[in-house]
Design a protein around this ligand. Structure first.
Ligand code: GLU
Length: 472
């Protein structure tokens, strides 16, 4: 494959969700793997729905994930602009070429006329397609309609009796009969271009060679191939990815918050976790284990992208999140947790990260551990209360004595408690953990003890030893 040019072409009509982020990733990986280029084009030709804020948010989210584009907004080159709303002159040129070559014609049919025609065809058991009413109007007839104040749309003339075939990169050979397509509108009466028209034209003008996109666009492809052929432009090869389905088996939508990239980011998911998760969605080429972001391109194999729909599985995503958290270096771990425990000074944050960081799934969980080390215990788990009751005050009195004589040294404390009470194994460690953290699980206890505010440590043991008021 000679240096592919791929692109991601989102419409800024909502936040990105994992379905379209996967499309972006696969295009990105295809380009990176072969030393090609990855473009970002913003499909905002339907200006009514988009917005500056959504566009900005989209750019920020993609950059956060690490999907940097070689050309696109903020990285213009000679093939730009990369916002469709700034490309009207190019579309106008293409309309003119098609019209002059007889490949497109003005259509004066009103929405009502089209609807009546559609219903009549359906009633006759025929697939609805344009009846050709304005196909062969002469100049005189056109002028008369324009004089009547009728605003025409522009319709592409499809040759009947042909077949449009192409080899889909994912779905294999495809064939569409032109008789099923009928002449289609490429510019609406009010002047706005149709989505699939700009999309095809821009791909060609931007020298895109490979388009991976959702299979909901498969039916656009034959029309796009016809358009590009009529314009004498070379078309990219297309691969239509199966949709990503949400919990109810429906395609993910911009409204599905749990799979929204921004929501995941706010919850504290790490980019590398999301990338590892997406790499495996509908793609069987990835190795079983963790892949570093820099190695993702070589772990991607387009031949291993399947046709079966993929399902969004939060537990899988969480698995990769755990893997990602475990791989953060201490500074990155502290930075990741900082948003949730902003009130801690830098030293305490570093200690907290070192002691508890790798046990967390999300930064918000760091708040409980900040309380354990430096403030209030979170609400006591029932199992922790039970472990404390079973150990009894004498257990904690021994622990307190050991703490006072030996300092916060778990081995020495447990040695003395064992000698005094005969407790061993879980009965020795669990009550200590429970009294000090309010929990029966968590990070290693010895470093936790060392990191804990000494006064809190003493107070928590004293409280369980029955010296409730003691605070020295
Ligand atoms: N703007 C289209 C979308 O967001 C892009 C389709 C394509 O990739 O060709 O679905």
């Amino acid at each position: 494959m000679s240096s592919p040019v791929t692109r991601f072409a989102p419409s800024p009509t909502g936040r990105l969700h994992l379905g379209n982020v996967r499309t972006a990733l696969f295009n990105y990986l295809l380009a990176r793997r072969e030393g090609g280029r990855f473009l970002l084009r913003i499909e905002d030709s339907d200006r009514a729905r988009g917005g500056e804020d959504l566009l900005e948010a989209l750019l920020v989210d993609l950059r956060w994930l690490g999907l940097e584009w070689d050309a696109g907004p903020g990285a213009e080159d000679e093939w730009g602009p990369y916002l469709q709303s700034e490309r009207d002159p190019l579309y106008a040129e293409a309309y003119a070429t098609l019209e002059q070559g007889g490949r497109a014609y003005p259509c004066f049919c009103s929405a009502l006329e089209l609807e009546v025609s559609r219903k009549t065809q359906l009633a006759a058991g025929q697939p609805p397609r344009y009846a050709g009413t304005c196909r062969d109007l002469d100049d005189e007839a056109r002028t008369a309609r324009i004089r009547d104040g009728r605003q025409p749309s522009l319709r592409f003339r499809v040759d009947p009796g042909k077949t449009v075939s192409f080899d889909d990169l994912v779905r294999g050979p495809q064939a569409f009969v032109t008789d099923d397509l009928g002449d289609f509108v490429i510019r609406r009466a009010e002047g706005a271009p149709m989505f699939f028209f700009c999309n095809a034209l821009d791909d060609a003008l931007m020298r895109v060679t490979h388009v991976l996109r959702g299979e909901d666009h498969l039916s656009n492809t034959p029309r796009q191939l016809l358009l590009l052929e009529a314009l004498g432009m070379s078309a990219p090869v297309y691969g239509h990815l199966p949709l990503l389905l949400g919990r109810e088996g429906r395609p993910l939508s911009k409204r599905e918050d749990s799979a929204g990239l921004h929501s995941l980011r706010q919850a504290g998911f790490l980019p590398a976790a999301i990338l590892n998760y997406l790499l495996r969605l509908g793609h069987a080429g990835a190795p079983d284990g963790w892949v570093e972001p820099a190695d993702l391109p070589s772990a991607f194999n387009l031949d291993k992208v399947g046709r079966a729909p993929a399902h969004f599985d939060e537990s899988q995503l969480l698995h990769w999140q755990r893997e990602a958290v475990n791989r953060l270096d201490p500074a990155a771990l502290a930075a990741w947790m900082a948003s949730a425990v902003g009130e801690l000074d830098a030293d305490r944050l570093t200690t907290l990260a070192a002691v508890a960081g790798r046990n967390l799934n999300f930064p918000a969980e760091a708040r409980d551990w900040a309380g354990v080390l430096y403030g209030e215990l979170p609400p006591m788990e029932p199992a922790a209360t039970l472990a404390i009751q079973e150990a009894g005050p004498a257990f904690f009195a021994a622990a307190l004595e050991a703490l006072d004589s030996e300092g916060p040294d778990l081995a020495k404390i447990t040695a003395l408690v064992r000698a005094r009470t005969g407790s061993k194994g879980a009965r020795l460690y669990m009550p200590l953990r429970a009294a000090l953290t309010g929990l029966t699980h968590g990070p290693e206890l010895a470093p936790l003890l060392k990191a804990m505010d000494p006064m809190l440590l003493r107070r928590r043991l004293a409280a369980q030893a029955g010296h409730a008021g003691e605070t020295t």
